[in-house]
Design a protein around this ligand. Structure first.
Ligand code: TXA
Ligand code: MG
Length: 313
């Protein structure tokens, strides 16, 4: 794949929006760092983000929208959210709020969590691009997993060139560090320091913000298990279903639902959460899961399946 370099003008935005509508990946500048964007409603497109970055896990992604109203369509709003959104949006602040039912977002965006990270970026190129697209864009930083976040189009190309459809070149990112992530699903908690200092947030909110290391809540094993484990017992590396089980297949196997009959790991990732929920809803005692190759997106799929299969605590 040849990664196109798009200009930061109406033609470039139209081209980028067209790529997003077609399920492709476009990196774009925000005031913090370049993001690797995809249509947040498109399971296959979001799966391709994880593939392109070679993320070993389905970490939840930030959804970028062009207005407070657009954010409100996806999350349960609150007084605290209103205060900080008025003060800091558009800008380098991400809010984690309860996900609304029927938000239409791919469950891969939230890694199937009940909360959503959302922000209205302040960079004029990001704003114009989101307006041209007219929908929610899921975007982690546009670097391969484990590498430094990109603050110029050249950094994006160095890391992801040949793996994504395009990058919109909007010059250097003015802030240069990622957005501050504020959890507002309960009492305010700082999930990641970033572009908006925590003292400034506290002053706006009129209350202290508790500190929490990035991902602490997400990586707490109990929390992971309780959220990701279906009610049914999950049996991995299964060749066929046993009595009382429904089968989640991969490849050319007989199954109740198949992650990808053709053995495509991107399609399998796109289907993973939908199929687990659907099989769990069938009420069987167990879910037997075909072996998934431990390569590419298979690593992230297996990581999540192992959590689903872990004993419930
Ligand atoms: O400045 C930024 O925030 C950049 C630009 C592109 O917007 N994006 C960015 O995304 O830094 P990423 O994927 O590299 O980092 C997103 C962080 C991750 O640490 C993830 O765990 C956290 O946001 N996150 C996303 N959804 C979450 C949720 N529902 N609850 C808690 N943390 C969440
Ligand atoms: Mg990152």
């Amino acid at each position: 794949m040849q990664t196109r370099i798009l200009s930061a003008d109406a033609d470039g935005y139209a081209a980028a929006a067209g790529i997003w509508r077609a399920g492709g990946l476009v990196a774009f500048p925000t005031e913090t760092v370049y993001g690797l964007g995809a249509d947040a409603r498109d399971d296959m497109a979001v799966a391709r983000i994880f593939e392109a970055k070679a993320r070993p896990r389905f970490n939840p992604l930030i959804v970028h929208v062009d207005s407070v109203a657009a954010a409100q369509a996806h999350v349960a709003w609150s007084d605290a959210a209103e205060v900080v959104a008025r003060a800091f949006w558009p800008g380098p602040l991400t809010l984690v709020l309860p996900l609304r039912d029927g938000s239409g977002l791919s469950p891969l965006v939230t890694a199937d969590l009940p909360t959503l990270a959302v922000r209205v970026p302040g960079h004029p190129v990001a704003r114009d691009l989101l307006a041209a697209f007219g929908g929610p864009v899921a975007a982690p930083s546009a670097n391969p997993s484990g590498r430094i976040s990109p603050t110029a189009a050249a950094h994006v190309l160095a890391g992801l060139g040949g793996r994504i459809e395009a990058v919109v070149d909007g010059g250097a990112c003015p802030v240069g560090v990622e957005s501050t992530i504020l959890g507002l699903a309960g009492d305010p908690v700082l999930l990641r320091p970033g572009g908006v200092p925590v003292e400034v947030l506290e002053a706006a909110l009129g209350q202290p913000v508790r500190m929490r290391a990035e991902d602490a809540g997400l990586s707490a094993p109990g929390q992971m298990r309780s959220h990701y484990a279906p009610g049914a017992r999950v049996r991995l590396e299964a060749r066929e279903r046993q009595a009382g089980e429904v089968m989640l297949g991969f490849g050319a196997v007989a199954a109740d639902l198949n992650l990808s009959p053709s053995g495509d790991l991107i399609e399998a990732a796109a289907n993973l959460f939908h199929h687990l929920h659907a099989l769990d809803a069938m009420g069987a005692a167990g879910i037997a899961v075909s072996p998934i190759p431990e390569r590419g997106l298979g690593c992230a799929i297996n990581d999540r399946l192992r959590r689903a299969a872990a004993p419930k605590g």
